[in-house]
Design a protein around this ligand. Structure first.
Ligand SMILES: C[S@@+](CC[C@H](N)C(=O)[O-])C[C@H]1O[C@@H](n2cnc3c(N)ncnc32)[C@H](O)[C@@H]1O
Length: 267
């Protein structure tokens, strides 16, 4: 067994995210928003960090960019490769790898993107230094993240309260959705960031349907439920807490999930 707590953490993350593919149906429109917000132009070299099933990578390729997608989870890279083929962009390069240790030379890309991806790397300062390192001088970064005060940020806080703690020194992912913290983290490497906002829409017939989907597909929720398989009472209490958390965001059969967009130019 590895002695490095962050390596162990990433092994758990890799397994956790392996069932994520069905969720990409809902992150696909956000990818359109992010790629437009990032002003991706024909011929630019683009890296998508935490690409998952490749929704951002394929969208950028459709604008004529030369794209590389990287993700920790091999099952998702396989789905991304299939999506690239279906869309006619079989030339996208795919890498299984870690946002905290990007396997590319310095100055390789015009743009580095990440949609709900690099926010899950445990050490923000390591991930952002890597994303800056692989950018060309004057290149840009753009990413979508979940703010702590909206539904997904609150859901991750709920999951965190009820799960084994991450290694000491790991940051909660939704901190990447706080503009003040983002500005501070980008400070050493980038010009002042420009922010945007959007809402991801998740149609569901009831909150029970929504929760069941997350329990099957979204790793951190799946793990939480699996961990309580022997404690039906506690599981029922947690499900009730989740439903109460989701209720204010469930309007007209849609769960509204607000996100933050950030764009900045490397210094
Ligand atoms: C919420 S999913 C988002 C996937 C995709 N970008 C989308 O919007 O559909 C988070 C992704 O980040 C990946 N991930 C988590 N930690 C990572 C790390 N340290 N390095 C690279 N990818 C990571 C997961 O494997 C997963 O694909």
């Amino acid at each position: 067994m590895s002695q490095d707590p962050f390596a162990e953490f990433k092994n758990r993350q890799r397994e956790m995210w392996s069932t994520f593919a069905p969720t990409a149906m809902f992150t696909t429109p956000v990818a359109g928003h992010l790629v437009g917000f990032a002003q991706i132009a024909e011929g630019e070299t683009v890296l998508d960090v935490g690409t998952g099933t490749g929704v951002v990578a394929v969208t950028a390729a459709r604008r004529g960019a030369r794209v590389t997608g990287l993700d920790l989870t091999p099952e998702l890279i396989e789905a991304a490769r299939e999506n690239a083929g279906i869309s006619g962009h079989g030339d996208i390069a795919w890498t299984e790898g870690d946002a905290e240790n990007l396997p590319y030379a310095d100055g390789s890309f015009d743009v580095v993107l990440s949609q709900f991806g690099h926010m899950f790397a445990p050490r923000p300062e390591v991930a952002i230094a890597e994303m800056r390192r692989v950018l060309k001088p004057g290149g840009r970064i753009a990413f979508a993240t979940w703010p702590p005060e909206h539904f997904v940020g609150r859901m991750f806080a709920f999951i965190g309260r009820n799960s084994p703690p991450p290694p000491a020194g790991a940051s909660p992912p939704p901190q990447w959705g706080n503009p003040a913290i983002v500005t501070e983290r980008l400070g050493p490497h980038f010009d002042a960031p420009f922010f945007g906002r959007g809402t991801m829409h998740f149609p569901a017939l009831s909150i029970g349907h929504f929760r069941l989907f997350l329990e099957r597909s979204v790793g951190p929720m799946r793990k939480l439920v699996e961990g309580l398989a022997d404690d039906p009472q506690k599981l029922a209490a947690l499900r009730a807490e989740f439903d109460a958390l989701a209720e204010p965001y469930y309007v007209d059969n849609v769960v509204h999930q607000s996100y933050l967009l950030t764009r900045a130019r490397a210094r």
